[in-house]
Design a protein around this ligand. Sequence first.
Ligand code: ZN
Length: 343
Amino acid sequence: MSVEASLARAKAAAARLPFVPGDVSELLRADAVTFCAKAPEPPVYRRRDDPSRAAARALIGEGEALLARAYQSNDSAWVTALEAWLLTLHHIADGKVELAEAAWVEAQRAELRATGRRRLYAVSDEARAPVFDPRTGQSRFDPRPERSMRMKVPCPACRKVSELSFSSSVALHQFGCTHCAATWWGYFGEVRSVEVSRRGNKRTYSFRLTELAGPQTRVEVEDASSGELQVAQNDLLAFLYHPRSVLRGVLNLSSSRVLWITGAGPCFVATVAFGPGAPELEVLRRFRDQGLLPSRLGRRLVAGYYTHGPALARVVNERPWLRRQTRRALSLVVRRLSERDHG
Ligand SMILES: [Zn+2]
């Protein structure tokens, strides 16, 4: 089944929809937002039986029905967004991880435009619009200083609170603690949704976030402490890492509550598979950039790709800033090696 067939089906269905009097845009918006929130993110690596493929396939029908309503009501913003989401779902369902990645970023942009949702902290480079200067008749970039945020955040090493000031146009920041001199990292994002599942004394938090000035992303946190983090939509969260590869705590900046994480065990698997700081990712990146590594290493990487994929996915789920480049690096490695084998 192709995306073209999907769009054709939605168009045909739109023509058959009964006329609905009044303004239907609010209703469409509510249903479309719910639908988009259900759409799975492209997986980190490609796998024949990946659950996200089935999840994407299962949503295509619902997407077509919503797109039909958007066609009927001539809501061009939602037409664009839902078409983009359908394209993403088809790529995910077909296991085309790299195409899905690009389509997914575009779908989110279109969705944000359609919802007209104003992000609390949306300051990106492109938001610094040119300013027209009538004296010179030229456009120049907005000379106002970059927007920054100030907040009180505990150091994940000594847990003493410092007041920090940092640019709100980047999600990942490095800080030096003034109390204990530790170097640590903070990753900032606004909550879109959260799911908490419990097994024994262990809680797993699956956050969907809008990264500070960035796209949507997902962070998974496993915790075996007795604490519980309360999170509501649009809360701003800070994920605190020390060292960079170890998540120590999650701070809810909207409620000033912090959850200090007690290791839940399985993260150890990832550390064994890749070592602290996941140097495998560095190898992949080098391979991508140089393409000069002997194919024996390449073959080992491909073997590792399938063996360690789940562990790699876990590494990346805790460190969302690695997600995009990992996915891209993995697919390039696999493509290059298959070219070499066939060509
Ligand atoms: Zn400290």
